[in-house]
Ligand binder design. Structure first.
Ligand code: ADP
Length: 248
């Protein structure tokens, strides 16, 4: 495993909780511009890995390097946001009383550190940026609606938009299609593909239909380690994966 060209490089990572190894000497890397799916049974360590990458949890041992030279362990979570790591949790967290546009505006200003957000006029460049994000997340027509009025799928896309407006280089997404309709899932898949042309995306997902349709490369985790990696055909036929999912 070489660090060259990697947006995230994980070497010998161990994370313990009261002696229990949630991640156990894990090695993992992602190249720039990848859309990678992270799968594995409950308790495999997927969320813990995302927590370490976004700076929420510190490694017990091992290294996690962002963009070839930023040692994640030496940064705080908010510093990593500024350096380009965006994290989305499973439940959308948008400001329901603000409009779609205002939510994006707030996210943009949060990154720039300009507060209070709602009492400033947007510059033309800011408006343009917000409009282009609205287009990519298919919410132009809803821009003046209160975010609380959006469907679950629209809220998920808005939250992704709120991350995109901050121009991340790595997005960490936790089950972005959970609870979405078929149509919304299709839109989300296309959105992830579009996003990955500009930034790297690591997605924790359980929905195998969605993974089959949209995943190019999959990492399967089990017991805090990478069990298998490759395209869907490769990982699905890997006897180690079959055993973990179907065996025992
Ligand atoms: P996954 O996301 O793959 O379901 P997690 O990363 O959430 O797995 O958890 C991996 C293991 O670490 C699980 O056994 C879980 O119970 C344990 N774990 C996660 N977070 C904590 C914590 N804060 N304290 C103690 N154990 C934890």
């Amino acid at each position: 495993m070489s660090m060259a060209g990697t947006v995230i490089y994980v070497e010998n990572l161990t994370v313990t909780f009261n002696g229990f190894k949630a991640i156990d000497k894990m090695n993992f890397c992602m190249n720039y511009g990848e859309l990678r799916f992270l799968v594995g049974p409950n308790g495999a360590g997927k969320t813990t890995l995302l927590d370490v990458i976004c700076g929420r949890l510190k490694p017990t041992s091992g290294r996690v390097i962002f963009k070839e030279d930023i040692d994640i362990a030496k940064k705080q979570e908010h510093e990593l946001v500024l350096l380009g790591i965006g994290r989305k949790f499973q439940t959308p967290s948008v400001f329901t009383d603000l409009t779609v546009f205002e939510n994006l505006d707030l996210a943009l200003r949060r990154k720039k550190g300009i507060l209070p957000a709602l009492f400033h006029k947007n510059t033309a460049a800011e408006k343009e940026r917000i409009m282009s994000i609205l287009e990519s997340v298919w919410l132009v027509e809803k821009m003046h609606l209160k975010a609380g009025m959006l469907s679950h799928g629209e809220k998920q896309r808005l939250e992704i938009g709120m991350l995109l407006v901050q121009e991340p280089e790595l997005l960490l997404l936790d089950e972005p299609v959970a609870g979405l309709t078929k149509d919304e899932r299709q839109k989300m898949g296309e959105l992830l593909q579009t996003i990955s042309r500009e930034c790297s995306v690591l997605v924790v997902e359980h929905d195998m239909g969605f993974i089959r349709q949209f995943a190019r490369r999959i990492t399967v985790m089990h017991e805090g380690k990478v069990l298998s990696e490759g395209n869907i055909t490769k990982v699905q036929s890997d006897p180690k994966v079959v055993e973990v999912y179907l065996g025992r």
